[in-house]
Every structure is written in structure tokens, then in C-alpha cells.
Design a protein around this ligand. Structure first.
Ligand SMILES: [Zn+2]
Length: 223
């Protein structure tokens, strides 16, 4: 932050918090108030620290840890009655069943109603197998379409969703080497952006946008 200055957005992560309550103090608190309250207390500390130093910076956080919380528990993040973080809700599957399994309609609606400003996170690359070199275009392109449908069809999403963040990962698991690197994933990024921009899965639109964006004119893509 010192190097970047007062940036408009700061993503504090806050996912995969698996080692809560490792000291006695936290264990006492957890026994009294519960695990959700302990996690919320930890996030509140971060929020207060950042907002005190950088009041104009808007904080974002992954929703993993709290997406299935009750509406009441979600209110535990509030600082002086206001939600100061904007959750980033991810769902990366191109298969509609998998997509809806990851983020259920009810959880998404609750997040939208409580936090008011929420981001959707889609995936343009996602290392589905340990040694994956290229991206599964169909999987990624359909994932964008599922998000478009979700944002337009879910009434609480329409108001709360601020935008769709295209993201992804480059490792099958944390302990494995990188695969599906950015350079080989750029065509997928172009395709995914085209789906979101045109709001359709038209093959000819996708194809011509990719040829134009990546300067592939005159080359036989399928040679
Ligand atoms: Zn502790």
C-alpha cells in the first residue's frame, strides 16, 4: 500500500482461513461466541486497520468463509452498522449443475441483500488436471454465460453485482508446479471477455474477436 498509494480497491483475500483458534484467547472466544464470530472479529480488525489508514480505499474479500452463513451471522462484519467490505463471490464451473452447486441462489441473494455491493468472480483459466497445458475453452466460456444468466435473472443480484472479475488459477493443488500459464490462456481470456461483452455464445462472434484481438489473420487456426 505504501508503494501503490491510496488505491481505489484492495482485495484482502480472507479465504482458506483454516487455522483459527490456535491460541488460548481465541479458543475462549470461540467457545463463548462461536467460530463465525471469531472469524468476523479477525476480519473486522483488518477492515478497521485499513480503513483508518486509507479511508478512500474500498476493501474486497473472497466469500468462501461466509457464503453459507445465516443472514444474521453476515451482519457480524459490520463496523458502526455499515458493511465496509465488498464480497467477491466465485463460481468457476462451466457445467450448470456444478456452477449452481458452488454458489446457491439463496446464499447469493443473502450476500447481495446484506452487503449491497458484491462482485462476481468468473474463471478464464483453472488448471483442471495436474499437468494441464491448454485451457478447456468450452468450460471457461460457459462459465461466463452462467454468470451472465445469474446476474440478470436473480433480482437481488441485478442491484448488488458491481461487475464480473475474470480470474483463475495456475495450479491443480498448492503443492504442485504451475501449469496452464497465462501465455497459453490468453485466447481463453479473449473468448471469455467476448461472451461477457456481447452477452451471447455466438461462435462466429467469438471466432472473429479472437482472430482480431490476437492478430491471427491469415493463419489457419486449426492446422
Ligand atoms: Zn489467537
Amino acid at each position: 500500500m505504501q508503494l501503490l498509494g491510496e488505491v481505489p480497491f484492495l482485495h484482502i483475500g480472507a479465504d482458506e482461513v483454516f487455522n483459527l483458534a490456535t491460541c488460548r484467547n481465541c479458543q475462549f472466544f470461540q467457545e463463548e461466541a462461536g467460530t463465525n464470530a471469531l472469524y468476523a472479529k479477525f476480519i473486522q480488525k483488518v477492515i478497521k486497520h485499513v480503513s483508518k489508514k486509507y479511508p478512500a480505499t474500498q476493501m474486497m474479500a473472497w466469500d468462501d468463509m461466509f457464503r453459507s452463513w445465516s443472514y444474521q451471522d453476515m451482519q457480524k462484519f459490520r463496523v458502526k452498522g455499515k458493511q465496509l467490505i465488498q464480497p467477491c463471490v466465485w463460481s468457476y464451473s462451466g457445467n450448470s449443475e456444478g456452477f449452481n452447486q458452488t454458489i446457491k441462489n439463496q446464499s447469493l441473494s443473502q450476500l447481495c441483500l446484506e452487503f449491497r455491493a458484491v462482485w462476481a468472480a468468473s474463471c478464464f483459466k483453472g488448471a483442471c488436471t495436474p499437468g494441464q497445458t491448454l485451457v478447456d475453452f468450452q468450460e471457461r466460456v460457459y462459465n461466463q454465460k452462467h454468470w451472465l444468466d445469474k446476474v440478470t435473472l436473480n433480482p437481488s443480484c441485478k442491484q448488488a453485482i458491481q461487475g464480473i472479475i475474470l480470474t483463475g488459477w495456475s495450479r491443480f493443488t498448492h503443492e504442485m508446479v504451475l501449469c496452464e500459464l497465462l501465455c497459453t490462456s490468453l485466447p481463453s481470456l479473449v473468448l471469455c471477455l467476448t461472451v461477457l461483452e456481447k452477452q451471447s455464445l455466438s461462435i462466429s462472434a467469438l471466432y472473429s474477436e479472437m482472430v482480431a484481438s490476437l492478430n491471427l489473420k491469415g493463419r489457419d487456426l486449426f492446422a
